[in-house]
Design a protein around this ligand. Sequence first.
Ligand code: SAM
Length: 330
Amino acid sequence: MGATGAADTVVSVPAVITSLKDDHLQQVRALASRTGRAEAGGCLLEGAALITQAVEAGATLRFALAAEGASDPVASLLAGARVPVMVAKESVLRQAVRLNRSVSWLAVAELAATDDDQPYGDFAVVLDNVLDPGNLGTIVRTAVGLGVADIVCTDPETDLTSRRVLDASRAAVLRARLRRYETPVEAVRDLRERGFEVVATSGRARTLQGSVPLSGRPVALVVGNETDGVADEVLDLADHVVRIPMSGEVESLNVGVATGISLYELRARMALASLGVTVAELTATVSDLRDSGYVGEDAVERALTGFTAAERAQFQGFLRRMRENLRRDE
Ligand SMILES: C[S@@+](CC[C@H](N)C(=O)[O-])C[C@H]1O[C@@H](n2cnc3c(N)ncnc32)[C@H](O)[C@@H]1O
């Protein structure tokens, strides 16, 4: 006890960062450029929403910066994830990220390096010169949302770590396995060697996506540049070039939207192909079900001849859901 009788405890109040020279702010500034992000192996997250999405994506955050007096929607989340949080003057945060609007939260996230030996999943999305950050973010978000983690960049300039891509992807970039090649041709050759069936997309293709004869192997979906589409030499290398049918009123679909449609349809087709069920067989079975008042188990049994027990069970479940849908449609 001191002479005044007050406790001798020293309470340390963390200093508020007031200078751009602070090491954390220097790190933030370095992440403004693509090369800076590549060198640091990190990227910048701005705003509580994106920081929350990144933590929920399992990303490792090196540190976070809160503006002095900012409300703390992420403070407990960051504490739970053991992320160091510093407080800085709002004006220096704004200068560090070169924004004219107010900035309340920033964080630096690790970019997980994808090792070449890390195995691919059963589906990959190959970006052939897709440029718009909004489209890139939409593609990554949709792919990850549909269970596809392998995103293949085929140009050293393609940057999936900019603020706009991270925002549009809702931090899904941090969940993806980012693969890098120098050119789309090199990527497609390598994926073919790895056993992928390469499906390139074009609004001018002859084959309709819905009738592409997939073999059941892993699929690499190639999507193209906003103006030029998929390069001709890549179309030539592909196993299939497919089209999403359009009414003729528009020349092509937005690449983000087209990728979503292709992912959804090809994933479903792949599942059927790996079961050994062709669309023709499925259609015949559904017609049988319709003709027989869709109660005829004999029609189902006929359709299932030759399948293994596991496949039969899976197919039975599928048909049960289809019957329910048909009943609902009546
Ligand atoms: C805006 S489009 C490119 C249009 C370009 N003028 C062309 O002719 O290919 C961008 C990408 O979206 C995809 N895409 C757009 N519409 C499509 C469609 N109807 N069928 C298949 N893919 C499509 C393709 O990957 C295409 O490369």
